[in-house]
Design a protein around this ligand. Structure first.
Ligand SMILES: [Zn+2]
Ligand SMILES: [Zn+2]
Ligand SMILES: [Zn+2]
Ligand SMILES: [Zn+2]
Length: 421
């Protein structure tokens, strides 16, 4: 299955939106996020199982039909809490227990459906044996949580698990930090390309498909299941291990403009980080920059070193820039912060375009942080990037964040004009 544009689509257009068939918050966020709407500071705890948290009684009520069954299961194995995969699979089974048609077509060869879970491919034959064994263990353990009549034949549950594993989506917040996992039967028909022309943003667990590039009539719509702006090798291995396929998109078959180490001089370096013009590139940052124990001074040194040697939209430089940005943001070093945010926003534009959700967010970061730096240059940057953010946020993130940003920008411009007088 795939999705094709029937008419030209301008960037920033909402193509479709879909509520999740099932969703759960991440294991380490169960105490923080509302299990219904995924918002933070969910202070109401289910008094019966003490596992799920909610914003208020209204969110708790919305979840009760399924949680009533889930809650009993949690109590059976307390104080242990089932992991995220077990929780989402059990929720789908509870849903199917209340509404049996949910599983129509699942595990019934030759009875693929037009829509719903039964329309999704399980890719079972592509899933490695050790992963299938792990899936089997999870399914086996459902017996200790769920009632006999809520379970399905082992082969159906295995098929369901493979469908889940091949089609689930990580849900994230406005800044693309993961909050949970969900299954969207309709959105699952959108194929992957590392060079995507659309992306998914979330409003709580509601998913919205938004174009981030112009799409012509007849063109297929693609999203990227992983962060595309990385080297080809880590990206391909992530797609293989998480989604069980070999990507053969334009970028992965040799035309990736960002998937290699590029020297400051513009030359493509070889696999040993050697540039034909400049010689060896030293201390190219790798994943250890994510280590929270690295000091800010050390991170700064790595960043400046990378910036001296690498092309501006190099993915290694980009990674460390993002890491360093979040560190100085935490340290409230706003002067450094807003300049890094500008560099990041510009990189996002170059790689993904103006209408990519993170472009909006980093434009907004420039606006917010530059306001803390009291000089004319920073004020101009705040105004410019605040205006950019407001022109895209409505499409990329919808109402709430857009309203807030818009109001902040109006106030900022009014203040700026007063100051000038
Ligand atoms: Zn809520
Ligand atoms: Zn409960
Ligand atoms: Zn690819
Ligand atoms: Zn060079």
């Amino acid at each position: 299955m795939h999705l094709v544009a029937t008419q030209p689509i301008a960037p920033g257009t909402l193509i479709m939106q879909e509520p999740p068939l099932a969703c759960v918050v991440d294991d380490d966020k169960l105490n923080l996020l509302c299990s219904t709407c995924f918002r933070e500071n969910a202070e109401l705890r289910c008094s019966s199982c003490t596992v799920n948290h909610y914003c208020n009684v209204s969110c708790q009520r919305k979840d009760w039909k399924i949680h009533k069954l889930e809650c009993k299961g949690f109590k059976k194995i307390a104080p242990n809490i089932p992991n995220i995969s077990t929780r989402i699979i059990s929720r789908i089974l509870y849903l199917a227990y209340l509404q049996p048609s949910v599983l129509d077509g699942v595990g019934q060869a030759g009875k693929r459906k037009q829509e719903g879970l039964g329309s999704l491919l399980s890719h079972k034959s592509d899933i490695p044996q050790d992963a299938l064994i792990a899936f089997g263990n999870i399914i086996y353990r459902l017996k200790f949580i769920m009632e006999h009549e809520q379970l399905r034949p082992a082969s159906t549950m295995m098929e369901l698990y493979c469908i889940y594993a091949s089609n689930c989506m990580a849900v994230c917040n406005d800044e693309y930090v993961n909050t949970g996992v969900a299954l969207y039967p309709l959105l699952s028909s959108v194929n992957h390309s590392c060079k995507a022309n659309a992306c998914v943003v979330f409003d709580g667990p509601q998913a919205k498909l938004i174009s981030c590039q112009p799409i012509n009539a007849g063109e297929q719509i693609f999203i990227s299941y992983v962060e595309s702006f990385t080297g080809i090798a880590p990206r391909k291995s992530l797609l293989k291990s998480n989604y069980f396929f070999d990507c053969r998109c334009e970028w992965c078959t040799g035309n990736d403009p960002f998937g290699f180490i590029r020297c400051k001089c513009g030359e493509k370096a070889n696999n040993h980080a050697e540039c034909a013009n400049c010689g060896r590139l030293n201390n190219i940052p790798s994943l250890e920059i994510k280590d929270p124990t690295i000091s800010t001074a050390m991170l700064e040194e790595l960043y400046l070193n990378a910036k001296r040697q690498l092309w501006d939209t190099n993915s290694e430089l980009f990674e460390i820039r993002r890491e360093y940005f979040h560190r100085v943001l935490r340290d409230q070093s706003y002067e450094k912060c807003y300049k890094l945010a500008i560099e990041l926003a510009n990189s996002f534009v170059e790689v993904y375009g103006e209408w990519y959700p993170l472009t909006s967010i980093y434009n907004y970061y420039v606006f917010k942080t530059a306001q803390h730096v009291y000089n004319a240059e920073a004020m101009e940057a705040a105004k410019l990037y605040g205006t950019k953010a407001c022109s895209t946020l409505k499409s990329t993130h919808g109402g709430l964040l857009y309203e807030r940003a818009n109001q902040e920008l109006r106030m900022f411009i009014a203040d700026m004009n007063m100051y000038r007088k």
